[in-house]
Design a protein around this ligand. Structure first.
Ligand code: ADE
Length: 249
């Protein structure tokens, strides 16, 4: 099951609503384990939210069949994929004046400065390190090292991760972009904090994007520009289309 994010404007505000009870979807609540430093999904209907918890969102920008809850029908890439999620944040952010022409120019410049040697899918590796240890039965221990790139913004309560994995049905690596937002920064239907209680059935947490935290959108754009050559090209095309539609110079 995958419950998508809802992105919309309300009274001149840009709002994201994220599902809190969908541990098998693209948006999951996780808690960082102190011993492994690894985020583990938590059962939010049974366990109360703490300040350690965050929503991990495998955010996208275009797909053939986007959910209505965050679709931008006029932005099309590769002749078949319709904009949604990050594209909607860019589009509505621009219309509301949260993202300025300077913000778009800065993102475009960043993307253009990303060289062939900088993109992670094409240049990173997953390696196996020999631990020089043998266990019963003649098995030797190796450790697999997977590169993860993290940009933290503790003040605004989010971080962006780029994780590399082996492609499932092909040769090579795949970079996954995750936008992670601390539960602390979300509010419930009544505008109250979620900390200290469990989630209700199919509950969503809400965050407003404004000029204070718009860096979050820019960091996700930068992450996609670095993830791979394909993502870099796609995201540049989306930025240009948003600028064109919003008549930014
Ligand atoms: N394609 C669509 N969403 C993605 C994401 N979050 N990371 C990498 N590739 C994607």
């Amino acid at each position: 099951m995958n419950i998508p994010a809802k992105i919309f404007t309300e009274n001149g505000q840009l709002i994201i609503k994220l599902p809190l009870t969908n541990p098998t979807g693209k948006i999951r609540v996780k808690r960082r384990s102190k011993t492994s430093n690894y985020g583990i999904p938590i059962a939010t209907r049974k366990i109360s939210f703490t300040n350690e918890d965050y929503v991990e969102w495998q955010i996208s920008y275009a797909t053939q069949n986007p959910p209505k809850t965050s679709k931008v029908k006029d932005i099309i890439i590769n002749n078949e994929q319709i904009g949604f999620e990050l594209t909607k944040l860019l589009y509505e952010g621009s219309i509301l004046g949260i993202l300025s022409t300077e913000d778009f120019n800065e993102m475009e410049k960043f993307i253009k400065d990303v060289q062939d040697k900088d993109t992670l899918e094409e240049n990173e590796k997953i390696v196996r390190e020999n631990k020089m240890q043998e266990i019963k039965g003649g098995f030797k221990k190796f450790e697999e090292k997977t590169p993860v790139f993290i940009k933290k913004n503790d003040e605004k309560g989010y971080f962006v991760e780029i994780i590399l994995k082996h492609k499932q049905r092909a040769v090579g690596l795949q970079a996954m972009v995750h936008l992670c937002i601390y539960i602390e920064k979300l509010v419930d239907e009544n505008g109250k904090s979620l900390i200290g209680r469990t989630a209700t059935t199919r509950e969503f947490g809400k965050i407003e994007i404004n000029s204070e935290n718009k860096e979050l959108i820019k960091d996700v754009v930068k992450a996609f520009a670095l993830a791979s050559q394909v993502h870099k090209r796609d995201i540049l095309s989306i930025l240009r289309q948003v600028k064109e539609k919003c008549k930014l110079k």
